[in-house]
Ligand binder design. Sequence first.
Ligand code: HEC
Length: 156
Amino acid sequence: MTLSRTLCFIATLSLCLSLLNTAQANPFTDAEDAVKYRQQALSMMRDNFGIMSAMARGDRDYDAEQFKQRAKAVYHLSYIPWDAFQGVGERVTENSDALPVIWENWSDFESRISNFQQAVQELVEAADSGNMREIRPKFMTVARNCQQCHQGYRAD
Ligand code: HEC
């Protein structure tokens, strides 16, 4: 092999390796770890959501700063669980309530994710107003996004 052909071969190999790396959808090689990761993120989402929910229902005094902080946390978390449904996290049922229909309907699942993220972004913006009358409908939209996705894609 001439030098230039060798270099070309190495360049192709490293391109190939970098493509393989980007195909890796999450940091896991073990399916159970992927399931645990997404469930932990979703649990943190619930913990933050629960506080907002109590304030929106009037079960807890409305605290604008606290509400804003929880809304932002849910916004960040809304980007976390989903890649753990890919790669080794696909079609895992043991220890998971994810329904197999997720992977049969992946593009619908993805569009629910982006609608959800959009709804949470609007909630964060409304939270800045400090006005519960503006916040409540945005909060309800987010809650509906959680419920509707669970109805279609989560067991129980
Ligand atoms: C795009 C779909 C989708 C949206 C939106 C969604 N979830 Fe889920 N959620 C799931 C799926 C699927 C599971 C099951 C995950 C598993 O067990 O592998 C789940 C599981 C959970 C769990 C259980 C985690 C555990 O420890 O087993 C909680 C809590 C949860 N979601 C809360 C929420 C809350 C709160 C929201 C809205 C703020 C929300 N989810 C939005 C799909 C969604």
